[in-house]
Design a protein around this ligand. Structure first.
Ligand code: ADP
Ligand code: 5GP
Length: 204
């Protein structure tokens, strides 16, 4: 990860979308493609899935530890989702942004709404697989959740999709490469916004 950004602060990208939309898959693809980007590792009380690594995919903590993080003001935002808590540790994000590194948050819609209010310059994207049928198929194929959890996640998906309008962009994850192309196009366009480029004209 390089940290050169001409003295500019990093940009904050928020990615939400129903469980099974492909957020983790997309983020992994983006981290391979992009330089100068940090993925914010969330704290969660959920049990690790097969293959998930502590400190890389999530920081897996007990409920007591999570409550302590809230009390100490260590979380930028947090939310309860299908029976577990999830939250964004504030310090690493702020440090990366101030070093000029772009930060990606993969968070659900309630947390995203809080971030958008606190950080109106955050660039928000809602990921959708293309259809609800595809969503259900992906949740089942991932085979990490019980039938009961899958049903809860599908019910939650309808609620979350009802909040898609608050996002600046909607990304369709039919093929992950195409979805990553869409995100890259957005990142490039955001970099070229007048507000981010005027300093070239105002210099020597
Ligand atoms: P999320 O992080 O949004 O819950 P995941 O990244 O875990 O979703 O993806 C859910 C499942 O769908 C995984 O098994 C993943 O391999 C699969 N998947 C993700 N993107 C695609 C895609 N474009 N086409 C087909 N399957 C996909
Ligand atoms: P999963 O259990 O499938 O990994 O994640 C469930 C949901 O929690 C997803 O919608 C994911 O985006 C969200 N999530 C992950 N980390 C955070 C976080 O730090 N804050 C919030 N608000 N949601 C999160």
């Amino acid at each position: 990860m390089k940290t050169m950004n001409n003295g500019e602060k990093g940009r904050l990208y928020v990615i939400s979308g129903p469980s099974g939309a492909g957020k983790s898959t997309l983020v992994a693809q983006l981290l391979k493609r992009l330089d100068n980007v940090y993925f914010s590792v969330s704290a969660t009380t959920r049990e690790p899935r097969r293959g998930e690594r502590d400190g890389k995919d999530y920081i897996f903590v007990s409920r007591d530890k999570f409550m302590e993080m809230i009390d100490k003001g260590e979380l930028l935002e947090y939310a309860e989702y299908v029976g577990n808590y999830y939250g964004t540790p504030a310090a690493p994000c702020d440090e990366m942004l101030s070093r000029g590194v772009d930060v990606i948050l993969d968070i659900e819609t309630q947390g995203a709404a809080k971030v958008m209010k606190m950080r109106p310059d955050a660039i928000s994207m809602f990921l959708f697989p293309g259809s609800f049928a595809q969503l259900e198929e992906r949740l089942r194929l991932r085979s990490t959740d019980s039938e009961e959890k899958i049903r809860a996640r599908l019910a939650q998906a309808r609620i979350e999709c009802g909040r898609a309008e608050m996002y600046k962009y909607i990304i369709i994850n039919d093929r992950v490469e195409t979805a990553a192309d869409e995100v890259e196009a957005i990142i490039t366009a955001e970099k070229c916004r007048t507000v981010n480029r005027l300093h070239y004209l105002n210099g020597d």
